[in-house]
Design a protein around this ligand. Structure first.
Ligand SMILES: Cc1ncc(COP(=O)(O)O)c(C=O)c1O
Length: 395
C-alpha cells in the first residue's frame, strides 16, 4: 500500500475513531462487508430509493434483498413501519443516508440490538452527516464510504470497529482487486497527465467532446436505471454470483471499481480530504441558497451544519426540467426512478410497500449539487417559470 493510501486510512481512523481500509470504490467496500459479515442467502433490509449499482452489489454477494418502506419525510427507510415478523427474518439492515440526509439511526439501532441484526451503514453519500451527536458511520460495526462524491477523488473506505477484522478484510480486498499490467498502467498514467494538463488549460470539455465523437460512450442506462433482465440476473446467480458474474451491472458508472487506483490519483484524493473544510464550507453555503428557494418541504429537517451531497428540490415535470438544465451545461444526477421495488420486483424476496407520497422521491426529486448552486440559480433566473413546486410531500 502506498503512503497516500495510508494517509487516507489515517484520515478516516481519526475522524471516525475506528479501523479503516482503503479500497478501489465504495461499492467494493460494501461488497467486502457483505462477504465478511454475512452469508449467501441472508436477508437484508434495504431502501427502495437507492442506486441500482448498490442493489446489484447486494445480489452479487448472494444476499436476499427485502425492500423496506420509505419514509416520505427523509427519503430513507422507515424502520417504524416494519413489522416484528419481518425483523425476525432479517440478518442485516443497510442504511442509505440519501443525499447525506441521515437515516433514523435511533430506531434502527434499537431494532437491530433487540433482534440481533447487523447494521451496515452505507455512508457513501454521507461524508459529513450526523445523527444526534455522532457521525454517520459511527453507529454500526461497519460502514462504507465513497471518495467520488463529496470529494471528487478515487476509491472508497471501509470503516469497522473490530480491529482484528483488518487482516481478513485486507486479504479479501486483495483477492477482489485487479492490478494493471505494465502497458495498461503506462497508458492510464499518460491519460491522467493529459487530463490534468487539460484541466489547467481549461480544454477538458473540448477533449471530452472529441473523445466522445471518436468513441461514443456506451449507453449503460435507459433513463435513470440500467436495463433489467431477470433471466440474466438469475443466470448470474446460478453461475455462482460474485463480482465476476455480476460485473456487467456492478461496473456501471465506474468500470475501475475493482482496479487499484493510480498513485497520482490517490495522492490527489488525499489532498482533497485534507482540504475538506473548505469543500464543506462551500457546500453549506450552496445548500443554504438552494433550501431557501422553497422547493424542499419543511418536513425535511436537516441540521444546518450538515454538508449535504445533494439538496433535494421537488418539482413538477421533472424530466422536462432535467433536459432544460442539461441543455445549459448542468446535468443533474443521482436520480433513482423507478424505485427499486418496482424496478426489480421479480428478484425480490419481499417488498413492504411505501406510502403514496414516497413516490415523490423518485418521480419529482431534483437533486442539486450545492457546490453548483450559483450555476443552478443563474440558469433558473434566466428561465422564469421553469420550476414549479411538486406538492406531493405537502411542502
Ligand atoms: C448510496 C450509494 N452507495 C454506494 C455507492 C457506490 O459508491 P462508489 O461509486 O464509490 O462505488 C453509490 C454510488 O453512487 C451510492 O449512491
Amino acid at each position: 500500500m502506498t503512503g497516500p493510501a495510508r494517509g487516507i486510512e489515517e484520515f478516516f481512523r481519526r475522524r471516525y475513531d475506528r479501523e479503516a481500509l482503503y479500497v478501489p470504490s465504495g461499492r467494493l467496500a460494501l461488497y467486502l462487508a457483505f462477504r465478511e459479515w454475512l452469508r449467501p442467502g441472508d436477508r437484508i433490509l434495504v431502501s427502495p430509493i437507492n442506486d441500482d449499482v448498490v442493489f446489484f452489489t447486494v445480489l452479487a454477494a448472494g444476499l436476499v434483498p427485502v425492500m423496506g418502506p420509505l419514509d416520505p419525510a427523509t427519503g430513507n427507510l422507515d424502520p417504524s413501519k416494519v413489522d416484528e415478523s419481518t425483523w425476525s427474518s432479517l440478518k442485516a439492515v443497510m442504511t442509505t443516508n440519501l443525499y447525506g440526509i441521515p437515516d433514523r439511526m435511533d430506531v434502527l439501532d434499537e431494532k437491530c440490538r433487540r433482534h440481533g441484526i447487523l447494521l451496515i451503514e452505507d455512508a457513501c453519500q454521507a461524508l459529513d452527516s450526523r445523527f444526534g451527536d455522532r457521525r454517520i458511520g459511527q453507529f454500526s460495526p461497519v460502514a462504507a464510504f465513497s471518495l467520488t462524491k463529496h470529494v471528487q477523488g478515487v476509491g472508497g473506505v471501509l470503516c469497522f470497529s473490530e480491529g482484528d477484522r483488518r487482516l481478513p478484510l485486507a486479504r479479501r480486498a486483495e483477492s477482489e482487486t485487479h492490478r494493471r499490467g505494465v502497458v495498461q498502467r503506462a497508458r492510464d498514467e499518460i491519460r491522467l497527465l493529459v487530463l490534468d494538463a487539460a484541466d489547467r488549460t481549461a480544454t477538458r470539455g473540448a477533449l471530452s467532446a472529441l473523445r466522445h465523437q471518436v468513441h461514443p460512450a456506451e449507453q449503460e442506462r435507459e433513463g435513470h436505471r440500467m436495463p433489467y433482465d431477470l433471466a440474466q440476473v438469475l443466470r448470474a446467480r446460478e453461475e455462482g454470483g460474485g463480482l465476476d458474474h455480476f460485473n456487467r451491472w456492478v461496473r456501471v458508472d465506474n468500470p475501475n471499481y475493482r482496479t487499484e487506483p493510480l498513485s497520482r490519483e490517490i495522492t490527489k484524493t488525499l489532498t482533497q480530504l485534507t482540504c475538506f473544510e473548505d469543500n464543506r464550507r462551500r457546500r453549506l453555503e450552496g445548500a443554504r441558497k438552494l433550501l431557501s428557494l422553497g422547493f424542499t418541504p419543511s418536513s425535511l429537517r436537516v441540521p444546518a451544519d450538515i454538508a449535504l451531497f445533494r439538496v433535494p428540490l421537488f418539482v413538477r415535470q421533472r424530466e422536462h426540467v432535467l433536459a432544460h438544465f442539461a441543455g445549459r451545461g448542468l446535468p443533474l444526477d443521482y436520480i433513482y426512478d423507478p424505485p427499486l421495488d418496482l424496478y426489480a420486483a421479480p428478484a425480490l424476496a419481499a417488498r413492504i410497500p411505501s406510502p403514496d407520497q414516497a413516490l415523490a422521491w423518485s418521480r419529482d426529486v431534483l437533486p442539486v449539487d450545492p457546490l453548483r448552486a450559483d450555476q443552478f440559480l443563474s440558469i433558473m433566473k434566466a428561465s422564469p417559470g421553469i420550476l414549479s413546486p411538486s406538492m406531493e410531500l405537502g411542502g
